[in-house]
Design a protein around this ligand. Structure first.
Ligand code: REX
Length: 423
């Protein structure tokens, strides 16, 4: 079928929803802070309007690079604008749907961080204290602190590199498995550590597995409860859930399609899986509207105290481009127009996600393509950021492979498995 016949555009403008993003119900035990009486920003006129044609071009480029479908939702002072292309289900042919849910992968790390930082605010955890103080004997080095986990500076090896070295067999071996947190930590500790504590940024899922353990230790409850009580409910994120180890995505959802390592092999439907290999590092399910509400509320200070938000947004570089940074469970990308956006990227089998917001929380973008293990599609999807926040069209599909730095910070990962393809 030609690409154009797959394509559907959806546009909605909902000023009220955009402005109401993140308001809390009164009386909730974990109620988010009320919206501060924000002064009207006179600088708004200087902010580039989103180029929604450019957003569509980036989504099309993700499709031209192997994604069955893609979508993006921009929430800004002018309201909400959504775009969808392609299909959310290759068998039924159902069109991509902006309200469909999907696996957000590592965007979950930002949710886990918010929970942990709320616990820090409550005096239950201290960021510069040894992890072993809270989880005695867990780690082989008392110098590893809670902050080292949140900044990917613990040196704990990323066990997923070995787990998914062979993409499809690796995935099939774990798609129905249920791991305990301890088992995942043991997998990490069976490999050499990658850095002395605090010395350098080494991305590792193991860090956020330990964050999940800390949350459970301190609250005495499953991480699912903490997400729900502290974030999903107060922000009314009705399409966001953490259902581990359930393998299904309930309700209207996108089907995910994993690219095998051998070029030309058929895509593997990877929708159903436990995501137990990631849990608090990557198993949340959501949709673009909820993700925009989340990052906007976070940046507007509705989830954390000013001090904790300052800590979360204090970043160090993740590579040498001087455009990619990491704070606490949060990325910062410095875009070509000078705009800084905060959020996270996600990769879980069959799904690439970007969710980012400006520091004032006034503009947010969430984008998803229903494929993975295909860096060119991920890079192309990253083009939605420049289009949305800088009003720029991305490079045409053919040159997308070399154009965008969207996955640049992954160069610091040992396996380099998610990089744009090289020629
Ligand atoms: C796991 C393998 C990738 C995916 C991973 N995902 O570490 C975490 C995440 C949860 O979202 N990280 C992203 C698989 C990159 C982030 O933090 O931004 N790749 C795939 C392979 C490669 O199997 N052999 O692409 O689906």
């Amino acid at each position: 079928m030609p690409l154009s016949s797959h394509r559907r555009l959806a546009v909605s403008t909902t000023l009220v929803a955009a402005l109401a993003a993140g308001l809390a119900p009164a009386g909730n035990a974990f109620a988010v802070s009320p919206a501060p009486a924000a002064p009207v920003r006179t600088a708004t006129a200087a902010v580039p309007a989103p180029d929604m044609e450019g957003v569509v071009a980036a989504l099309d480029s993700a499709m031209a690079n192997g994604a069955p479908g893609a979508m993006a939702r921009f929430t800004g002072p002018g309201g909400v604008q959504s775009r969808t292309v392609g299909v959310r289900d290759r068998v039924s042919g159902a069109s991509m749907d902006i309200h469909a849910r999907f696996r957000i992968g590592s965007v979950s790390k930002t949710f886990s961080t918010v929970v942990l930082l709320q616990l820090a605010q409550e005096g239950k955890v201290e960021l510069d204290t040894s992890v072993n103080h809270y989880l005695p004997g867990l780690l082989p080095d008392d110098r590893i602190t809670v902050r080292h986990l949140l900044t990917h500076r613990s040196g704990l090896a990323d066990y997923t590199n070995a787990m998914f070295a062979d993409t499809v067999p690796g995935f099939e071996a774990v798609r129905n498995r249920v791991f305990g947190f301890q088992e995942l930590v043991d997998l990490s500790l069976s490999e050499p550590r990658t850095t002395e504590p605090g010395v350098s940024y080494k991305y590792s899922n193991a860090n956020f597995v330990v964050v999940g353990m800390l949350i459970e230790k301190v609250t005495g409850r499953p991480v699912a409860d903490a997400y729900k009580q502290r974030i999903f409910k107060p922000l009314k994120l009705r399409n966001t859930s953490y259902v581990h180890p359930d393998t299904r995505i309930k309700g209207l959802h996108v089907r995910g399609y994993l690219h095998p390592d051998a070029a030309g092999d058929p895509l593997v439907d990877s929708t159903e899986q436990t995501v137990s290999w990631a849990q608090s590092a990557g198993a949340v399910i959501s949709d673009p509207a909820d993700l925009n509400t989340f990052t906007s509320a976070l940046m507007r200070g509705r989830l954390l105290s000013p001090e904790m938000l300052e800590a979360m947004t204090t970043v160090t570089p993740t590579d040498t481009t001087n455009t990619r940074f990491y704070g606490l469970g949060l990325r910062r990308y410095d875009l070509s127009c000078g705009t800084q956006v905060f959020g996270h990227t996600g990769t879980v089998q069959g799904f690439y996600t970007y969710t980012f917001s400006t520091r004032d929380g006034r503009r947010s973008l969430s984008a998803m393509a229903n494929t993975s293990n295909h860096g060119a599609a991920n890079t192309a999807l990253g083009g939605t950021l420049e289009a949305a926040f800088c009003g720029k069209k991305p490079a045409p599909a053919a040159s997308a492979r070399s154009a965008a730095p969207a996955t640049a910070d992954l160069t610091s990962r040992p396996a380099e498995r998610d990089l744009p393809e090289r020629h």
